[in-house]
Design a protein around this ligand. Structure first.
Ligand SMILES: *[C@@H]1O[C@H](CO)[C@@H](O)[C@H](O)[C@H]1NC(C)=O
Ligand SMILES: *[C@@H]1O[C@H](CO)[C@@H](O)[C@H](O)[C@H]1NC(C)=O
Length: 411
């Protein structure tokens, strides 16, 4: 069985009088708590060995369009094209006024690689396109919990700001001892820790532990829309469902120092929000990621990113849209010709269709899923995710506002 996350966006209703859209209510936006909130996206350099400058720039412009400030460039030590692609990424970022920083993937790097890591930091820490935070060059990792940043810090002329990924939040109380400035969590999906799968929904229990153990040091929180993978080496789903909006609501409530979206282009784990680049190398995930665009999730994330940066507790919707997502098959479907077993966790998924309404005023959402009876739901203004039982066949969505004074509209 091959699991796919399908995402689409409906046509945007054109005939809404601008006068009817809800103006920004400044009292709902708390005074800017901090003017140094940034949103990053995790970028897998390992699948872009053939990228050229225009490919990088295209991704960066798409990220910038929704308010992403920088890519965290996930690099493996074993890829001989890492230096070439890093150089291209820094050049492209400089040309697009975007920022980047390196995220050393410690599935490949190890604690003995200090000299090589220092050399990379020395090369890029003062580059004009390097992401700086509080005057220092950001550097992060995937795992690498026990790496000591002291030698890298001493060997790099420009100040560095180390935000390593920690698998165990309790280790956050010892970041200073390893010369780090804060921590990044990878626990972006409902889990009891590591890769254990629980029914969900997502909570902030792990974020709260990080914040507690960091005791005022910088917390970089993860935001991810989805997780589904089907390789022989890793074969599971996390229970995501309404995670694309639920997680952002948690972020607006929590207001972490920094946010990293997981991910921009990890097609294999199905959590990409970037375009399905024609020039990436296929790690085998094309079987479940090709023709499964996630682009509409960027439209959904944009108002949340902007609210997070403004310190607002709710996103401001500027144009009426709906974004919907669902797997193209019910979970019980048996796929012939698949040598792998069904992904772990599938029994916890619900066969549902999810729709986020992004509305400037209340309306009625009607969804018809396959042969099921249409379901109508009153939806308020703002961003709300609703769901209905999945039916096989055509999926249709209608949003109606029947207010007499607006003349009614439909999309
Ligand atoms: C702004 O929002 C607050 C809280 O929701 C509300 O009390 C107030 O009336 C609103 N002001 C305007 C001008 O809409
Ligand atoms: C809506 O989704 C939740 C999971 O997020 C599920 O528990 C519930 O049964 C779904 N409802 C329908 C009508 O599909």
């Amino acid at each position: 069985m091959i699991w796919k996350a399908l995402l689409s966006t409906a046509a945007i209703l054109a005939h809404i009088s601008p006068a009817l859209s809800i103006p920004t209510n400044s009292s709902t936006i708390s005074t800017r708590q901090s003017n140094d909130r940034y949103v990053f996206a995790h970028f897998m350099v390992g699948i872009v060995k053939d990228y050229q400058l225009p490919d990088w720039k295209e991704d960066m412009l798409a990220a910038q369009a929704i308010g992403i400030d920088a890519f965290a460039l996930n690099c493996a030590s074993i890829d001989d094209y890492t230096p070439t692609q890093l150089a291209l990424a820094y050049t492209a970022a400089q040309q697009t006024n975007f920022k980047v920083f390196i995220s050393f993937d410690f599935a490949y790097w190890n604690n003995g690689d200090t000299a090589q890591i220092t050399a990379y930091m020395q090369k890029y820490a003062s580059h004009p396109a390097q992401m700086q935070y509080r005057g220092a060059a950001v550097v992060s990792t995937f795992v690498g919990d026990s790496f000591n940043w002291d030698a890298v810090r001493r060997g790099t002329e420009h100040a560095i700001y180390a935000l390593p990924n920690l698998q165990d939040p309790a280790l956050a109380s010892t970041v200073a001892a390893r010369s780090a400035d804060g921590a990044f969590s990878w626990l972006a999906w409902p889990t009891d820790g590591g890769n254990s799968i629980i029914a969900g929904p997502m909570t902030t229990v792990w974020d709260d532990r990080f914040v507690h153990f960091l005791d005022g040091r910088t917390y970089m929180a993860p935001v991810s829309p989805w997780f589904s993978t089907h390789f022989n080496t890793k074969n599971w789903v996390f229970v995501c469902e309404d995670l694309p909006t639920r997680r952002w609501e948690q972020m607006l409530a929590l207001g972490p120092d920094l946010i990293e979206i997981i991910s921009w282009n990890d097609y294999g784990e199905s959590h990409y929000i970037g375009p399905y680049s024609p020039h990436h190398s296929d790690d085998g995930s094309a079987k479940w990621a090709a023709d499964m665009p996630h682009d509409a999730w960027r439209r959904l994330f944009k108002p949340y990113i902007s609210a997070y940066k403004a310190g607002a507790k709710t996103p401001t919707v500027e144009a009426d849209e709906i974004v919907y997502w669902y797997r193209p098959t019910p979970k019980g479907v048996v796929c012939t010709g698949d040598s792998l077993s069904a992904p772990m966790g599938i029994n916890m998924l619900s066969d549902s269709i999810f729709v986020a309404t992004m509305l400037t005023r209340p309306a009625v959402l009607t969804m018809q899923s396959g042969g099921n009876t249409p379901v109508s739901i009153d939806v308020p203004a703002g961003i709300v995710t609703s769901n209905v039982t999945m039916g096989v066949g055509r999926q249709s969505f209608t949003v109606r506002d029947d207010w007499e004074d607006s003349g009614g509209w439909e999309m």
